[in-house]
Design a protein around this ligand. Structure first.
Ligand SMILES: Cc1cc2nc3c(=O)[nH]c(=O)nc-3n(C[C@H](O)[C@H](O)[C@H](O)COP(=O)(O)OP(=O)(O)OC[C@H]3O[C@@H](n4cnc5c(N)ncnc54)[C@H](O)[C@@H]3O)c2cc1C
Length: 492
């Protein structure tokens, strides 16, 4: 068995296959494992390549997979009292870790967000339905959007924005494109588990634990081993060609890159037209530019800052219209920095102080940006995709929402979308390869099985439910179940 890619999807899948007794080799093109949850060390700071929080911690798919591997105790998901803070003009709302503080949070949210009294019963009803809805009922929403769900309760533009943000943020797509069923199930799981957290040792602690388990069960990992081709053999099985000229023969292969990249690795002529056509039309999510700020002293106390900052000071967030939301995403689709820059800034060292030198703090911020295949007209330099305009937008937003956070920094590392795409090896560099739209969620999600026997897909490209890393891990467990069932039924 060869598994391609050592992100959360590939590392958990490889470890579970090895545990099931299959001889498993995990190949990773990068010098280090982890994919989006990879990391680098700089001047005493351990910095995530991506920008992460884990919505369900040890209670979601990541915890399930770790426990199945006997590695449940190896990753400690940490919480802080003030988990997250929402910031914007006139708004500073602290989301607490403790359930008993939530009523106070709700009252404060209604007050600060100026929720009109006549809309309040509708909002309460929406949350009641959200939380009490059965799984079957939620799945009936799979093929409709968050927008349709919200409009059942309210059409108030500002509330639409807030609720769309709350339910759709993690899918990195607008509320009129995200599957409501997927969003409802993710929201329910997040509330039920109440485990929004961040792991000790950084995001990389999770794939490190999976790869550790893989090796304990006799599997192997090879880094700097980029896969260049997957050739089906006439006698069954595959020849996996590596970029360094080497090759590996395997009865089965699992890919964790995008479906489009898989088609390129296998060759379109070797796959049915229906599969290649679907791969071509997959809607991927947007991605983000990132800024990592290393500070000598603590600047923020919460676990994460989220909020929006208007580039144009005349913009009035209290009278926002539906067209304003549409134009935010239309800007992204045209490669332009939107008028309001949304910021998502986990602060890993507030969970695990060992991720920074004593007394220091690490801010890891990101702001949504289009994938690399969208030209950037605001950047006229030859290498336009360095995303200068988007990074400048994010730096401005950080200064606006966390004044002074960049002053006297030990270092400020910026990362454009090209750099992230090169690291994760997925064409266009999406945050989620197969976006969770109505036609790509639930029963409409691409299968972890491909039309070629013995060739599978997992990670955020196929199968599974959930948010980002949890989706990738859920899909890995689904993929392992499919492989083992096919082996048992001698399909391969
Ligand atoms: C900016 C940003 C913020 C995010 N925020 C969150 C968050 O807060 N919470 C959350 O849960 N999720 C978040 N996500 C999403 C989450 O990171 C991903 O959905 C998830 O980690 C994907 O895991 P994966 O295993 O599918 O792929 P990846 O982690 O992308 O791993 C793919 C691996 O495959 C390797 N690879 C690719 N091609 C080849 C090849 N040809 N040969 C060998 N190796 C190859 C790559 O090098 C990489 O290591 C975020 C993503 C981004 C980009």
């Amino acid at each position: 068995m060869v598994v391609i890619g050592s992100g959360i999807g590939g590392s958990s899948c490889a470890a579970l296959l090895a545990k099931a007794g299959l001889r498993t080799l995990l190949v990773e093109k990068n010098p280090r494992i982890g994919g989006s949850c990879g990391w680098y060390d700089k001047r005493g700071f351990r910095v995530d390549y991506g920008t992460h929080m884990f919505t369900r911690g040890d209670r979601g798919p990541l915890g399930v997979a770790l426990r199945r591997l006997g590695a449940g105790g190896e990753v400690e998901f940490l919480r802080v009292d003030d988990l997250a803070e929402v910031r914007g003009p006139g708004v500073q709302l602290v989301l607490p870790a403790q359930k008993w503080r939530l009523p106070q949070f709700c009252v404060e949210a209604v007050r600060q967000l100026r929720i009109p009294a006549r809309e309040l019963p509708r909002v309460v009803k929406l949350f009641y339905d959200l939380i009490t809805m059965s799984r079957q009922e939620a799945e009936r929403w799979d093929e409709r959007t968050i927008e349709e769900f919200i409009f059942r309760y309210t059409e108030h533009p500002r509330l639409f924005g807030l609720l769309g943000f709350l339910l759709g943020l993690y899918f990195i797509l607008p509320p009129w494109e995200v599957s409501a069923g997927e969003a409802i199930l993710c929201f329910q799981a997040m509330v039920r588990d109440n485990r929004l957290s961040y792991p000790r040792g950084g995001s990389g602690a999770i794939p490190r634990a999976f790869v550790g388990a893989l090796e304990r069960y006799g599997g192997q990992v090879r880094t700097r081993a980029g896969c260049a081709s997957i050739e089906p053999l006439a006698r069954g099985g595959y020849r996996v060609g590596l970029k360094d000229g080497g090759e590996v023969h395997a009865r089965m292969v699992v890919s964790t890159t995008t479906l489009g990249d898989l088609v390129r690795l296998v060759g379109a002529d070797r796959l049915p037209e229906a599969f290649t056509a679907r791969a071509r039309t997959i809607r991927k999510s947007y991605v983000a530019v990132q800024v990592k700020v290393a500070l000598e002293r603590r600047h923020e106390r919460s676990g994460c800052i989220v909020g929006g900052w208007a580039r144009d000071p005349s913009f009035d967030p209290w009278n926002i219209t539906r067209e304003d939301y549409r134009s935010q995403f239309a800007d992204l689709d045209q490669g332009r920095v939107p008028k309001v820059v949304p910021v998502y800034c986990p602060i890993p060292s507030n969970f695990d102080p060992a991720l920074a030198p004593p007394g220091g703090q690490l801010l890891t911020a990101c702001a949504v940006a289009p994938c690399t295949d969208v030209p950037r007209p605001e950047d006229t330099r030859p290498h336009a995709r360095n995303d200068r305009a988007f990074v400048d937008g994010l730096l401005g937003a950080m200064n606006g929402l966390m004044p002074g956070c960049l002053d006297g920094a030990v270092f400020v590392d910026t990362m454009g979308t090209e750099a992230l795409a090169a690291w994760i090896g997925k064409s266009g560099g999406p945050a989620v390869s197969t976006g969770q739209t109505p036609s790509q969620s639930g029963k409409n999600r691409p299968s972890v099985r491909t039309p070629l026997p013995g060739l599978y897909v997992c990670g955020d490209a196929a199968g599974g439910r959930g948010i980002g890393t949890e989706l990738a891990c859920d899909s890995a467990m689904e993929c392992v179940a499919a492989v083992l069932s096919d082996v048992e039924r001698r399909v391969i």
